[in-house]
Design a protein around this ligand. Sequence first.
Ligand SMILES: [Cu+2]
Length: 292
Amino acid sequence: MSIMRSFVRTAAFAVAASAAAVLSSAAWAGMGQPSDWQVNLQDAATPVMESIHSFNIFLLVIITAIVLFVMVLLAIVVVRFNERSNPVPSKTSHNTMIEVAWTVVPVMILVAIAIPSFRLLHLELNVPQPDMTIKATGHQWYWSYEYPDDGGFSFDSLMVPEKDLKPGQPRLLAVDNEVVVPVNKTVRVQVTAGDVIHSFAVPSFGIKIDALPGRLNETWFKATREGVYYGQCSELCGRDHAFMPIAVRVVSEDQYKAWLDQAKQKFSAAPAATRTAEAVDAPVRLRVAVAD
Ligand SMILES: [Cu+2]
């Protein structure tokens, strides 16, 4: 039985190691954007994402425990009940206690998972009283944003091409016009699309919601830390699906007011629709001309 004892000791060590890895893995994940060798989810910047993190860790612990338990059972069968060590097998075919246990215990595990899962869904789907609203509209292949509460201006947000990146701007994620919001404010995001289905997703905020033409979807976030948070369209929407990132800059209340003043001037001058029709159609027209 010394083999069994050392196996159990190894298994216990594996549980401890995996728990330690999960708890410390926040260090391997980026805040607001992916990082090299990232293992865990991106760092949390909102209460919703913090709940997603703890639910994820809770599930990992359950999964690890189940895997180790099944491995121990398998090892016992292999060691103790092979033909050599157990030449005359038992004829037992029923054991009421075990049969009840292997039905009731999994049900209890599922209930234990369901309760925090529904609590999280409720948190995500019930928009609390918002401090401000932003409307995000997905287009092939950029996002446009509207600030209905703060002046009603709107603007388009296009990816910065690689050759124009400034130091600190991440490739394929930086945009020309970022969404700017104040820190610690509940922001309601109304999401729709102008052409095909897109999806508005920002991992550090824990939000991902489909942008459907002709339908207004709603989500919310309350960023508790200042910084720039990146996301991407998360619904295959065509050729440049991978090139319509989302960038949200969370700033202090004063910085937000200052940004609002200059944004109102900058963006109310030209309506968004005319500017993008030119910008986006240009390469398409060029390709049509070449094909002709
Ligand atoms: Cu898209």
